[in-house]
Design a protein around this ligand. Structure first.
Ligand code: NAD
Length: 318
């Protein structure tokens, strides 16, 4: 029987798959501190992982570990070098997240450009029409969106932006022209030039050395005063101090931020006090439907791994 550690609990529909399979037993570990994982993880054959960190100090205490199944698609919280060197498979819930994140991007773009939060506040405060004159609002129709990173989520965003009659530009040096042409979008090779013309910029890249601080004061200064930037990728991709300054100085219009450099976000993070920033707590995938898809995909990957039928698209090439 394979012993599986569920590091940080998720939707029961995923756990039910393990309950129904006599080849697996599992234990839920909700204390995901380094200290506790070093203590409790050594005997497991596989584990699932949400947002907590799985570093070398923990992993080297787990001689039996053969597979790590991420509940999600990003994997910047795992020591992938250690996994590679020790032949541990890393899998992700590749097909579960894209719709929910793409919908979250649309929600943020609409909410910011329509001034929804301030309008809602002014109606509740008895300022029925007075609030309107102080709030600039914009349309999506005919506007240019630059999608940075054209993987599963970037692609899922296309049909939604098209239905709002937006012009779509794509920056992703690792995707060929054909794929982008087929979807009737425009591939751009020069990110800086594209910043200058875009009304909306949506980030869908992994956090890597190359993408860390991709959006900083220098790049923000290239953007239009009316531009809105949405980040549902990873916190480190935007320099938060620079973003806050750019919005306060009128360099760009506003931002929608689902992910932060430090999570949970520090209470003294200046973005928390900026009214032109719409915030969410890394919750783009927290729809009921997506929670179920992720949970099932996550445990099914564990089962498929041990039953030697894991789909290649779920495996991260290390
Ligand atoms: P994906 O791997 O399918 O796509 C990522 C794309 O980024 C790839 O096409 C890749 O070529 C491209 N890319 C890599 N480096 C780049 C660079 N320097 N410039 C431009 N493009 C670059 O991943 P995905 O499923 O679309 O997810 C994207 C990211 O979104 C994930 O890495 C994860 O960090 C984040 N995410 C966040 C949430 C959330 O809850 N907010 C949920 C899911 C994923």
């Amino acid at each position: 029987m394979y012993k599986i550690a569920i590091i940080e609990e998720f939707h029961k529909s995923g756990l039910n798959l393990l309950d129904d399979n006599k080849n697996f037993s599992y234990e839920i570990i909700n204390n995901a501190s380094e200290e506790n994982l070093i203590k409790v993880l050594p005997n497991f054959d596989g584990c699932t992982l949400r947002v907590s960190k799985l570093n070398k100090k923990i992993l080297e205490k787990c001689p039996n570990l053969k597979v790590v199944s991420r509940h999600g698609v990003g994997y910047d919280n795992v020591d992938i070098r250690y996994l590679k060197d020790n032949n541990i498979t890393l899998c992700i819930t590749a097909n579960a997240n894209a719709i929910a994140v793409a919908e979250h991007v649309m929600y943020m773009m609409l909410c910011i450009s329509k001034g929804i939060i301030s309008h809602d506040r002014s109606v509740r405060n008895g300022q029925f029409k007075q609030g309107i004159k102080d709030t600039q609002t914009l349309e999506l129709d005919g506007k240019e969106i630059l999608i940075v990173g054209f993987g599963r989520i970037g692609k899922s965003l296309i049909s939604k932006c098209k239905s709002f009659n937006m012009n779509i530009k794509i920056f992703d040096p690792y995707v060929n022209n054909e794929t982008i042409d087929k979807l009737k979008c425009i591939k751009v090779d020069n990110l800086k030039n594209s910043f200058k013309t875009s009304d909306f910029i949506s980030l869908h890249v992994p956090l890597t050395k190359e993408t860390e601080n991709l959006i900083n004061l220098e790049s923000l200064k290239l953007m239009k005063k009316t531009s809105i930037i949405i980040n549902t990728s990873r916190g480190g991709v935007i320099n938060e101090i620079d973003l806050n300054k750019a919005i306060n100085d009128g360099i760009i219009f506003g931002a929608g931020i689902d992910v932060f450099k430090n999570e949970p976000v520090n209470i003294d993070n200046p973005l928390l006090k900026n009214d032109r920033v719409l915030l969410s707590p890394h919750s783009a995938t927290f729809t009921d439907e997506c929670k179920i898809r992720m949970a099932k995909n996550c445990t099914q990957n564990i089962i498929d791994f041990f039953e030697k039928k894991l789909d290649k698209s779920m495996i991260v090439k290390l």
